[in-house]
Design a protein around this ligand. Structure first.
Ligand SMILES: [Zn+2]
Length: 241
């Protein structure tokens, strides 16, 4: 894929996350690996307006070692190390999402375990609950490579991680996969918080039902869902030009 197409996809990803309420103002970012030393990262420009208004021009080439200048008055976000160190530690990862979704943070702060209590309602979110979501126990700004490595170590082999009192980090083999995984994680957390508010504590999906929850495949889970989210952007007048 050409770099301009990747920039556009990252801009769409930022808008999808913001429209879904995962990054309600200016915080959060998305990155894509270019090669072993470089990523395309949503940077902060002189006319920053928040994730919902991201343009391809906001997506800049940044070195994983933190050196270099994104150009045109842009700077890498304070937490670029989240992206750089996850991409360094995980060669199979192509994209990273960092966001501050309300329910994920609420659930983690309240010590609520994300359990697989629903099934066919949202199979990707159910699978996240089965796989488990590790917690990075510090609520710091991940602003240095050392802190980024600490986060990557806490995340281990998982594709998602809760950052205590802070947000989430999610990885994928594509931007679309990482974004949809972040959305599924927030949905799981939202249900967990709402069920707790209702005073309900349903049991986990039983083994005989788990066997009837197949992976619906990349076409439905990723491609169709991505088209759905792009259509929502378009309908909201937020399509990336
Ligand atoms: Zn953050």
């Amino acid at each position: 894929m050409e770099k301009d197409d990747v920039r556009r996809t990252v801009a769409q990803a930022c808008r999808v996350l913001a429209l879904a309420g995962l990054t309600e103002d200016i915080l959060g970012h998305v990155s894509v690996r270019v090669d072993d030393d470089t990523m395309l990262l949503r940077c902060r420009g002189p006319h920053e307006q928040g994730l919902l208004h991201t343009t391809p021009d906001d997506v800049r080439e940044v070195r994983l070692d933190g050196t270099g200048d994104p150009g045109d008055g842009y700077r890498a976000p304070h937490e670029a190390s989240i992206h750089a160190e996850l991409l360094r530690a995980r060669p199979e990862v192509r994209a990273v999402v960092h966001a501050h979704p309300r329910h994920a943070v609420l659930a983690e702060l309240a010590g609520l375990p994300l359990r697989p209590v629903f099934g066919a309602y949202h199979i990707p979110a159910y699978r996240l609950a089965v796989d488990g979501v590790p917690v990075y126990p510090r609520s710091v700004l991940v602003s240095t490579p050392a802190l980024g490595r600490e986060l990557a170590a806490a995340m281990g082999e998982s594709d998602q991680c809760m950052l205590h009192g802070h947000g989430i980090a999610v990885v994928g083999t594509s931007v679309q996969q990482a974004v949809l995984r972040a959305l599924a994680l927030e949905e799981l957390a939202r249900w967990t918080v709402e069920l707790t508010g209702l005073g309900a504590s349903p049991p986990d999906v039983p083994p005989e039902d788990r066997r009837e929850l197949p992976d619906l495949g990349i076409e439905l889970n990723d491609r169709t869902m991505w088209r759905h989210h792009l259509a929502r952007l378009e309908r909201a007048g937020l399509a990336v030009g």
